[in-house]
Design a protein around this ligand. Structure first.
Ligand SMILES: [Zn+2]
Length: 233
């Protein structure tokens, strides 16, 4: 194992983590964060089940990756994402990476195209609704019902240095598949409905700035061009 790879190592006792009961609360957990796809270079023995393994009976090793979030005007953000048809370990692992990346940012929702995976997958933080840290992974999500309107301030991890009021539906119903591929439906209101609409937009190459006036969009594009030009200097 190349020890120069990890960018961050944190140790916790399992009781500090909201992890499934698969592990004893007294277990020591070592979480090693890797940049992007570096964890693919780890020996398979450390990635049993694609995610974790026990180094000995008391220590659990988790390898997770904080992926780079693409920023406007990256062309991947404008693509129509592909439907997901395979529900395997790889998908599960991607959800873990997206969850870590979202909390690291920090954000309350993340769509796969934002980390360069042009597939129909979003993760949303439902902590406020469920009253605990919990992430919902929605595969092939589709808006199947909506009513009313609301205006709320939005920002986006891929659209840096911009927040603006956006008009959205007040209440939405979304059909999706869970990690096992089972069909599910969910109805959300207010802020949670905004997050769902924002993330589903990403799967169709739409960014929240597309909902703004042409003037605001132009001003932002000019600002980004200026920032990119300054970066090159
Ligand atoms: Zn976004």
């Amino acid at each position: 194992m190349d020890t120069s790879l990890p960018i961050d190592v944190r140790c916790f006792h399992m009781k500090m983590l909201n992890q499934p009961v698969l592990w004893r609360k007294s277990d020591l957990c070592v979480i090693v964060y890797f940049k992007e796809d570096k964890k693919k270079k780890l020996p398979p023995s450390l990635l049993v089940g694609g995610f974790h393994t026990r180094l000995n009976k008391n220590i659990i090793f988790l390898s997770m990756a904080i992926r780079t979030i693409l920023e406007f005007p990256d062309p991947v953000l404008r693509q129509q994402a592909q439907a997901i048809t395979v529900f395997d370990e790889g998908l599960m692992e991607l959800v873990k990476d997206m969850t870590e990346t979202m909390y690291d940012a920090p954000g309350i929702g993340l769509a796969a195209p934002q980390i360069g995976e042009s597939i129909q997958l979003i993760v949303v933080d439902v902590a406020k609704i469920e009253k605990e840290q919990k992430v919902l992974a929605m595969i092939n999500p589709r808006l199947i019902g909506y009513e009313g309107t609301q205006v709320d301030e939005e920002g986006c991890l891929s659209v840096i240095e911009l927040t603006a009021n956006v008009k959205r539906y007040k209440k939405v119903t979304v059909s999706y598949q869970n990690l096992s591929g089972d069909p599910r439906e969910l109805t959300a209101e207010d802020r949670f409905a905004v997050v769902l609409q924002h993330e589903i937009d990403h799967l169709h190459g739409i960014l929240f700035l597309d909902h703004l006036s042409a003037l605001k969009r132009t001003l932002y594009k000019k600002k980004v061009q200026k920032m990119l030009a300054e970066k090159k200097k």
